[in-house]
Structures are given as C-alpha cells and as structure tokens.
Design a protein around this ligand. Structure first.
Ligand SMILES: CC(=O)N[C@H]1[C@@H](OP(=O)(O)OP(=O)(O)OC[C@H]2O[C@@H](n3ccc(=O)[nH]c3=O)[C@H](O)[C@@H]2O)O[C@H](CO)[C@@H](O)[C@@H]1O
Ligand SMILES: C=C(OP(=O)(O)O)C(=O)O
Length: 420
C-alpha cells in the first residue's frame, strides 16, 4: 500500500487537463475481448484499475501495451483461462468479464469483484440479465459459473433498479447474441453511451444508449476500424472543480464535457462559485462567501454518488449547514471520522450527512477507505495547515490519472511514497 503526503496551504493556480473516464475505460477494456481484430483506445487514464485489467487480459493471452495514454489490445489470440483472483478483486469492474466472456465463449467462470468499500453492492440484476439471455448461472464460494452451451439469444430484460454495471453487462452479453435484446429501465450514464459508441463503430447494433430503453440486435462479428477516444472523466472533473474552488486563485480545467457536469456545476453555482463554462473547459475563479447547499445523489443525470465526497470540503467552507443524502449508497460514510481528524465539522445523521462551517483544518494522519473518501481527504489536506498523510492511497490511485503530477503543476505540494 502507498501513502499520500500533502503539505497543505498552498494556493492553487494554472491549468489541468482531465483524463479519460475511469468508468468508461474499465468497461471498454473487457469489451475489447469481443472484437475479432486488435483495438486501440486513446486518452486512457493512467490509473491502477487499467494496470490490473491489463494483468487480467494477459492471463487470457490477450496482449496489451499502454504508452502515453494510448492502449492497444490484441484479442485475436485469446484463450479461455483461469482469471487471476488478486487482480479481479482489486477492482469492481472486473465483473464486466462476466458479460464479455459469455458473449465471446458462451461460458465464463469469474470470482466476485472487489472495488470500493461503500456498503452492499449486489449483482443480482447482472445475473438476471445473463439468465434472460439463456445462460445458466450458479455461484459457489464467491465464484460465479455461467454457461450457455446453445449460445445466447435476445430477450427482454427489465432492470429492477437502475444499475450502471447491470446495464453494461447486459449489453456485453447481448451484443453478439442471436436476435434482439431490449433492456428496460436501463442506466443512462455517459459511460454507457461511450461503450455503445465503441461497439457500434465495430459493427454492433445498439440503439437508445443514453435513454432508459436500449435495443440491441445481435451481430456475428465486431471489427475495429479506428481508435476510440474515451470521454473525459466526470468525477475527476468534479474533484478538480471542487478543489479549485476551495483553494484556487484561478484554475482552468480542460477537456470537459460541461453537459455531463450539470448537476454538479449548477450546485456549485448555487453555492456562489462563479464558474465560467466554455465549450470544453471550465474556469474556476477565486471564491467569495459560499452558501450552504443540499445534495441528494441520484442515477444520471442526477447528482452522482461519486461526487458527494469530493464536494464535502467545499460545503465545509459555506456559511451554514449543508446536507448530503446518498440514495445510491446510504452507507457511503467512511470519510466522516477521517475528515473530523482534519478538523471538519461533519457528522452522520439519520440517513444523511451534515456538514457545518469549519473555520480551520489541520494536517493529520488519515485512512482512505475508498477512492472518493480519499478524494475528500486529499482536498481537505490541500486546505489544511501542516502535513496530512493519507494511508491506503492506492484507493485514490485506482481512479485518479497522474494525480501527483497534475496537483503539483497547480502549485500543490503532494507526494506518493510506499507505506510501512
Ligand atoms: C465501475 C463503475 O462504473 N462503477 C460505478 C457504478 O458502480 P455499479 O455499476 O456497481 O453501481 P450500480 O449502478 O450497479 O448500483 C446502483 C445501485 O443499485 C444497486 N444494485 C446494483 C446492481 C444489482 O444487481 N443490484 C443492486 O441492488 C446497488 O447496490 C446500488 O445501490 O455505478 C455507481 C453508481 O453510480 C458508481 O458509484 C460507481 O463508480
Ligand atoms: C465507487 C467507485 O468505483 P468502483 O465502482 O470502481 O468501485 C467510484 O469510482 O467512486
């Protein structure tokens, strides 16, 4: 495990460029094994999840190389193999190999995924989709066995709740299945549209991605003709928007799709941050007095659960009490005791998080229990006097592209070291 060391208090200024979306990338890489040709992705974030997915690909004899943000994957010599359980458990999205392997080989054996420690994360909707498409699915000692000896066939799948992972896994399994699949009550996240764009450019027939009804007509082959450029990361963008407002004297955030940020940027503007939103970048000026606000997390286009913690340090600067209600992950509260150690007036109430005005933060030793808890600690550490040490910083590195380099270019003083 690694630790992040932050010498806080520096005012931030300059420019930062957002990388490709983690939650697109971690679906696109498993999707690549559905192709009958090599594939290439551009603006790939340099994050631990990508390196662990490359280890999983390697175990199936799928060669990949990653240089300067370009990831080449050659799935043409793929073989069925036991997947490395350590890499599978290191990230949530390894569950996409269930749908992708089912789509490719009509069978798969995958251990339960890891990912962030944010409360229960069942995958019953994924399994419901695989069964609807004709697979038998059994679970034994944390390993899922899937089998469709006659191949997969199109089906109508109604998702009981809006699930990003369930929707993506259903697409991956259905894209080469025989016949037409309809996914109803589908998730509408931009990362799902990105995946559909990649697959459609290879010959898939996916219609309606970005709405709550997705129709897929199965095709026999997928062949890549061009490089797929991954959409910018909405959550990385929100994290930099928050830290730029909290500690910045003028920060330009480049490579942004502002339409993906509306729930977040409108909340910041309500608080009193005078964001200047361009076509593909957002300027964050130095702030004045901030108003408190209320955040309720929702599926897209609502306020993302992954952004409630990154906004918390900014809420603590507001002139009054702010409130967070996380309807997606009500138990996503592990950041609270750690932020208290840094001096934040924050507490868990009845199904809600209350954040009161906090005048001063002081550096301390804290633990990042998950990626976005880590992001809120990182921002607060940048605001604090003295040194903050964030243990378990690997959680942050799972999803923040070249974070030390990007922060230090903004005049922060941040380092990553091996932890004892
Ligand atoms: C790799 C990736 O893209 N991760 C994102 C994805 O996670 P993930 O895809 O795991 O999250 P889901 O959208 O599936 O989860 C949404 C809600 O549905 C519940 N649920 C989900 C599936 C299921 O079969 N049964 C069930 O009950 C979950 O417990 C949760 O309460 O979306 C989350 C919600 O926006 C984000 O926080 C994660 O960053
Ligand atoms: C919860 C998250 O990620 P994952 O689903 O990969 O654990 C996140 O990115 O905030």
């Amino acid at each position: 495990m690694k630790k992040m060391i932050i010498k806080g208090g520096n005012r931030l200024a300059g420019e930062v460029t957002i990388g490709g979306a983690k939650n697109s990338t971690v679906a696109l890489i498993p999707a690549a094994i559905l192709a009958d040709t090599p594939v290439q992705f551009d603006t790939v974030p340099d994050i631990l999840d990508v390196h662990n997915l490359m280890i999983i690909l390697e175990s199936m004899n799928v060669k990949s190389t990653f240089t300067h943000g370009v990831l080449d994957i050659d799935p043409t010599q793929i073989v069925e193999a036991e997947l490395p359980s350590q890499a599978i458990k290191s990230l949530r999205a390894s569950y996409y190999f269930m749908g992708a392997l089912l789509g490719r080989f009509h069978r798969a054996v995958v251990t339960f995924p890891g990912g962030d420690n944010i409360g229960p994360r069942p995958i019953d909707q994924h399994i419901k989709a695989f069964r609807a498409l004709g697979a038998t699915v059994t679970e034994e000692n944390g390993t899922v066995h899937m089998n469709a000896p006659e191949g997969l066939h199109g089906a109508r799948i109604f998702m009981d709740m809006v699930s990003v992972g369930g929707t993506i896994n259903a697409i991956l399994a259905a894209v080469r299945a025989e016949g037409v699949t309809t996914i109803e009550n589908a998730a509408r996240e931009p990362e799902i549209v990105d995946l559909a764009t990649f697959l459609n450019n290879m010959g898939a027939k996916i219609r309606g991605a970005g709405t709550d009804v997705i129709r897929i007509t199965g095709v026999q082959t997928l062949q890549s003709m061009n490089t797929h450029t991954i959409i910018p990361d909405r959550i990385e963008t929100g994290t930099y928007l928050s830290l730029a407002a909290a500690m910045g004297d003028g920060v330009m955030i480049n490579n942004v799709i502002p339409e993906h940020m509306e729930a977040f940027t409108s909340k910041m503007m309500d608080m009193g941050v005078d964001l200047q939103i361009g076509v593909d970048r957002i300027y964050v000026p130095a702030i004045g007095q901030l108003q408190p606000t209320i955040v309720k997390t929702m599926p897209y286009p609502g306020f993302a659960t992954d952004l409630q913690q990154p906004l918390t340090p900014l809420m603590a600067l507001a002139n009054g009490q702010s409130k967070v209600v996380d309807t997606i992950y009500p138990k996503r509260v592990k950041h609270i005791p750690e932020l208290q150690k840094l001096g934040m007036q924050i507490e868990a109430g009845d199904g809600e998080i209350l954040i009161n005005h906090s005048a001063n933060f002081t550096g301390a030793e804290v633990q990042a229990s998950e990626i976005r808890a880590g992001a809120s600690l990182m921002i607060t550490g940048l605001m604090a006097d003295g040194t903050t040490i964030i243990h378990n910083a690997d959680h942050i590195l799972r999803g923040y592209d070249r974070i030390v380099w990007k922060l230090n270019r903004l005049n922060a003083n941040v380092a990553i070291e091996e932890d004892d």
